[in-house]
Design a protein around this ligand. Structure first.
Ligand code: NAP
Length: 469
């Protein structure tokens, strides 16, 4: 057995062809592919990458997570498509690892395997009433308005005047912004038609953003909260502003300081009126969602802050309040899901790894030839660009291990294609994706939108059949 985070030294790997499977075509998968193809550390090694994706469409959270009113961020997909246009890369869309191909088969057919599957599910609050109708994961709402096939059938009852969003991260900002802004601002984006229609009919006029800690501990970026303040017809206010005003901005640095300065300016200004409002409520935790058959009220507990081992934590005061609300979104972070045959740390929701080298247990021995990058490696934190350094970290380990000789005879490229073909798996190639992309853009243009996404896998496959019977 190998010591944790160190690979065995074996035969040299120079002068050979390395075949790598990358599983998950989101930002981490693309940056991993890019670093592998651009590597110069081992000039005699020629690397080929097969990028697998469960959906026919690639781009992960850039397509289905980034909010539709943040189109400039989505432009990175052009760079992603360039990466897989390299002749040494192949895109295998609509291939589910674990079902269409097992983990063991990947390990057999490739020299190295990297999981970049992200964090597919959400954290739960664990409070009474959390499963009432009207209580949702923010991730489901985000997937729905972004036209993700897994959430196409979701329905959100927007006939309530007040929605509560729990958590103060950037996802909470996206959800609040999409819920409260005038729908006209979203009409020309790639938001799904269903979501646009529902938002046009929405009765939501107030969003309460609940933070369990204070203004200085908010997880949002300064730009994200300022964007909400700048929305037309929307006023941003702070409930019980005394605690925010009592903070000394000089006691903080970086984003925390910028947030405190901005939020104090919001707290100081005289109460403005607008048809729509976003209320920030700090130092409050939901302790129960109440209602006969659907959410009607949120029971809140007021918190105070305590500092323990350098971290400021929220502690309940026993002071409760009930707030009327017909819709609640928990936006308290994503969580990774295990993959059959791959060691998983259930507590952290990540693949057990050390700098991207998969380990049998947390801190345990290394599993040769197996790696992870992105959120499934480090947890659901960071912006799209964070995945660049993270992917480089993993690729550095992969190249070092190759240099030190972990040898395996990968199958020729045709073997996997044949296996999938024999199983009747309809593989979506890079060329197929380009066709789907063109169809989506054309459908969007007809509606005056950036694109109209296919809302389910069957409609993507039918559209391709219609072009290439
Ligand atoms: P996040 O940044 O980790 O924020 C999670 C929020 O939930 C925090 O405010 C956290 O409060 C709160 N929370 C956690 N557990 C809670 C509980 N039990 N009760 C109440 N509140 C709780 O997660 P995220 O918003 O899902 O974002 C994930 C990553 O994607 C982040 O790195 C984010 O920056 C990034 N992202 C970026 C953008 C953008 O740049 N536009 C957009 C979306 C996402 P505490 O701080 O008290 O733990």
């Amino acid at each position: 057995m190998l010591a944790s985070c160190e690979m065995s030294v074996g035969t040299t790997s120079r002068g050979r062809r390395l075949r790598v499977a990358v599983v998950g075509a989101g930002p981490a998968g693309y940056y991993t592919t890019d670093y592998l193809l651009r590597q110069r550390a081992l000039p005699d090694v020629s690397i080929e990458v097969d990028l697998f994706e469960r959906l026919p469409s690639p781009h992960g959270l850039v397509r289905s997570g980034v909010a539709p009113d943040h189109q400039s961020i989505k432009k990175v997909t052009k760079a992603f498509d360039r990466i897989t246009s390299d002749p040494r890369a192949r895109y295998f869309g609509n291939v589910s690892v674990g079902t269409d191909l097992t983990h063991a088969e990947l390990m057999q057919h490739y020299d190295q395997v990297v999981y970049t599957t992200g964090a597919a599910t959400d954290r739960r609050l664990g409070i009474e009433g959390e499963d009432l109708a009207g209580s949702h994961a923010a991730t489901a709402f985000v997937g729905w308005y972004n036209g993700h096939p897994d959430f196409a059938e979701q329905r959100f009852d927007l006939s309530t005047a007040r929605a509560v969003v729990v958590g103060l991260g950037n996802v909470a900002m996206d959800v609040a912004r999409v819920l409260i802004q005038l729908p006209a601002g979203l009409a020309s984006t790639d938001i799904s038609d269903d979501a646009l229609e529902a938002l046009r009919a929405s009765q939501v006029r107030e969003v309460v953003l609940l933070g369990r800690r204070g203004a200085a501990e908010a997880a949002f970026n300064p730009r994200e909260i300022q964007d909400i303040d700048e929305l037309e017809g929307v006023v941003l206010s702070i409930d019980q502003p005394e605690a925010t005003l009592a903070l000394d901005p000089a006691a903080f640095s970086g984003d925390a300081r910028k947030n405190v300065e901005f939020l104090q300016a919001v707290a100081r200004r005289s109460d403005r009126e607008a048809p729509r409002r976003v209320r920030l409520r700090f130092l409050s935790s939901p302790v129960a969602l109440e209602g006969a058959s659907k959410v009607e009220r949120v029971k809140l507990e007021r918190n105070r802050l305590v500092e323990r081992e350098g971290r400021v934590s929220a502690v309940g005061t026993g002071d409760y309040e009930v707030m009327k609300a017909g819709l609640v979104f928990r936006s308290i972070g994503y969580f990774g899901t295990p993959l059959s045959g791959v060691p998983f740390d259930d507590a952290q929701g990540v693949i057990c790894n050390c700098h991207g080298r998969v380990t049998e247990t947390p801190g345990g021995p290394v599993v040769p030839r197996l790696y992870a990058a992105g959120w499934i490696k480090r947890g659901p934190v960071g912006l799209i660009g964070t995945n660049k350094t993270d992917a480089k970290d993993t690729v550095d380990q992969m190249l070092a291990d190759l240099e030190s000789g972990s040898r395996h005879n990968a199958s020729p490229p045709e073997a996997v294609t044949k296996l999938l073909n024999d199983r009747g798996v309809r593989v979506i190639s890079q060329a197929d994706w380009h066709l789907l992309d063109e169809l989506e853009v054309a459908a969007g243009t007809k509606r005056g939108k950036v694109r109209e996404k296919f809302s389910n896998v069957a409609s993507m496959l039918r559209a391709l059949d219609a072009i290439r019977p």
